[in-house]
Ligand binder design. Structure first.
Ligand code: ZN
Ligand code: ZN
Length: 172
């Protein structure tokens, strides 16, 4: 579980975190995150005497994504280090305080899954390519240009057609 018992954390100062979020966990529902294996979360959570909580986590997993150019399935290895900082909500400071997350008051546990999910959705892992030089899909006919060629792209990119056209125009 990724719920940190805050009372125990305050007493002990720091706690080790070691958890796995299953590939079919409801946390991923409604997101673009599709996992091929459980996401491993490890690291430590630290109590700051002024009342804040600092979590340093390492995420490791395998995502099933689609190439952003040609939409073919690709698996993407996730290796992310996260520093999460939680502080009691200060009404006077407003809600927009950058990377500081609100530390819920009056509850026994701090759930880290929400923060992990948010960070993953902002990460580069979602901008996958099947290969660095993927040619993508033809914007006109939709053919996968890694596998096939199509008339539309050929005509547009081949300078010989322009030369031929110019020649025909001269003749007319
Ligand atoms: Zn691709
Ligand atoms: Zn085409």
């Amino acid at each position: 579980m990724l719920t940190i018992p805050l009372g125990r954390l305050e007493r002990e100062g720091r706690l080790e975190v070691r958890a796995e979020i299953p590939a079919d966990d409801p946390s991923w529902e409604g997101t673009e995150l599709r996992f091929l294996a459980p996401l491993s979360v490890s690291g430590r959570v630290q109590w700051v005497p002024s009342g804040e909580v600092l979590a340093r986590l390492i995420l490791q997993g395998l995502l099933a994504q689609k190439c952003r150019r040609c939409l073919e399935p690709v698996s993407v290895r996730v290796e992310e280090e996260l520093d999460l900082f939680f502080a009691p909500v200060d009404e006077s400071a407003g809600t927009d305080v950058g990377s500081v997350r609100p530390l819920p008051e009056g509850v026994g546990g701090l759930d880290l899954v929400e923060a992990v999910r948010e960070e993953l959705m902002l990460s580069q892992s979602l901008l996958a390519l099947c290969k660095p030089d993927c040619k993508g899909l033809c914007p006109l006919c939709g053919i996968n240009l890694n596998e096939d060629r199509c008339e539309c792209s050929q005509e547009e990119s081949d300078p010989r057609w322009d030369a031929l056209r110019a020649l025909n125009e001269k003749r007319e």
